[in-house]
Write a protein that binds this ligand. Structure first.
Ligand SMILES: [Mg+2]
Length: 95
């Protein structure tokens, strides 16, 4: 399966149903859940359930990142350029 992108229409409906304030909290909550899952996985690296939890929380975070991009009308193209530039700087400086 190629990279999934949440349809903007889903976010339109979610904002309408739950309100933009509540919906804009979701990415923060999901990122906190991912942090928690990574901490648990680091504490118990052999436990498959924590590895699965990291995977699940990454999915949630990626979905809410799609929401941020939709909400702020950010461009995937521009973000990809910034990602590449950041990695190029990292490589030049540290590798
Ligand atoms: Mg979650």
């Amino acid at each position: 399966m190629e990279e999934y992108k949440v349809p903007g229409e889903i976010f339109e409906r979610a904002f309408e149903k739950f309100g933009e304030d509540r919906q804009r909290q979701k990415p923060i909550e999901e990122m906190a859940e991912l942090i928690q899952a990574i901490v648990k996985h680091n504490l118990f690296p052999g436990e498959f359930k924590y590895r699965q939890q990291v995977e699940l929380e990454i999915a949630d975070v990626l979905n809410t990142i799609d929401q941020i991009k939709w909400d702020l009308a950010l461009s995937d193209r521009d973000i990809n350029i910034l990602r590449k530039e950041a990695i190029d700087r990292f490589e030049a400086k540290h590798l």
